[in-house]
Design a protein around this ligand. Sequence first.
Ligand SMILES: Nc1ncnc2c1ncn2[C@@H]1O[C@H](COP(=O)(O)OP(=O)(O)OP(=O)(O)O)[C@@H](O)[C@H]1O
Ligand SMILES: O=C(O)[C@@H](O)C(=O)CO
Length: 422
Amino acid sequence: MTLALGCIADDYTGASDLANTLTKAGLRTVQTIGVPADDLALPEVDAVVVSLKSRSIPAEEAVARSREAAAWLNARGAGHLLFKVCSTFDSTDAGNIGPVTDALRVDAGEAVALVTPAFPETARTVYLGHLFVGAVPLHESPLKDHPLNPMRDSNLVRVLARQSRAEVGLIDLATVAQGAEAVSAQLDALAREGKGAAIADAVLDRDLAVLGAAALTRKVSTGASGLGLGLARALVAAGRVAPAAAESDLGKPIGGPAACLAGSCSQATLGQIARAEAAMPVRRLDPARLLAGEDEAGAALAWAMERIGDGPVLIASSAGPDEVAAVQAQYGRDAAGHAIEAAMARIAEGLVARGVRRLVVAGGETSGAVVDRLGLPAFRVGPEIAAGVPVLRTTDRDMWLALKSGNFGGPDFFADALRLMP
Ligand SMILES: Nc1ncnc2c1ncn2[C@@H]1O[C@H](COP(=O)(O)OP(=O)(O)OP(=O)(O)O)[C@@H](O)[C@H]1O
Ligand SMILES: O=C(O)[C@@H](O)C(=O)CO
């Protein structure tokens, strides 16, 4: 297999978002969970998205895992490596976007890497280095209250510089408007000034096409699905990939019981859970009881088993910012997060052991914990449920999944997803 594009995603929902974007742009794409084992049979594809769970782990571990993924992708001839990060740049001052970008860039022998989280389709735009989520700057958006990485600075040149060894520059919209050659020349100029990364502005899809073409002249770039779209378009335009229609037949219907799990505390997910109450039974986990050692997971599983024969169910730990802050103050941010993720993974395992083959999970870390516990190796990409969220079909067994990024999806996301999982 010779890959046109190798991708390393820092969480599993982000990986499926990117796999969805690449598929829609005509690249035959597969999403793997972790670095694939040598004997994993993969279809012939243009792009592989290796999903890591590296967004919120110590930087040196994130670097080591990303390097391992890069080595696997490079061994399959990847012409370009994209490090897929969140479109809201989720990270802390300790990393991991800066350290991983530095490491991949240096390993590839590049002086500077283009970085942009812009994804206009989901209303993430970058102007003069400032990230906007819809109509508000990042630090005024709900991301300011993220349970693991509250984003309180919208100036990404500053944010990335705090995480990076090298200095960070800017490629502004005026330069992007002049086209790929101007962007490439600006990258060279920034490299001469000693900059190791450049935040690139992008407001419209056409800006992404320019950035993709410029990024493709180097071996490594960092961005969200928007940059993936730009790279895919550039690969097709350069004749390096013959565009393929998305697979319409991902296999026979599976049917049977279905369940949804939500660990994301994003505003979008909280709204979707509230809406789901009208469509299916919803059980809310009590994080305080769970963290005090009560068997909340066992109780939720028993609750689900009483209802699942009649239709889908939803189990959610999600809570608003005040409740999250109270739990974190008592148990610590990471300990609380990990304990809740572990409970979700246990519930997923129990549901699958009892026959669930259609599973929707909301939240990147939550999805990571669930998919790891289920031991799923790779996914083929099915139809799009909402911008950034495809239906996935496991390559090694008959199972449908949807891994939803916290902020993505329409108000009726859970019902919308299940409708596309026959
Ligand atoms: N009630 C709660 N109190 C404190 N932490 C919670 C609670 N419910 C969930 N969590 C934790 O919050 C974190 C949510 O992160 P997750 O990545 O799953 O969602 P997200 O960040 O909204 O999604 P994405 O990364 O896709 O944008 C997880 O670690 C989860 O265990
Ligand atoms: O880019 C995004 O917003 C998503 O794919 C994601 O990474 C959320 O975890």
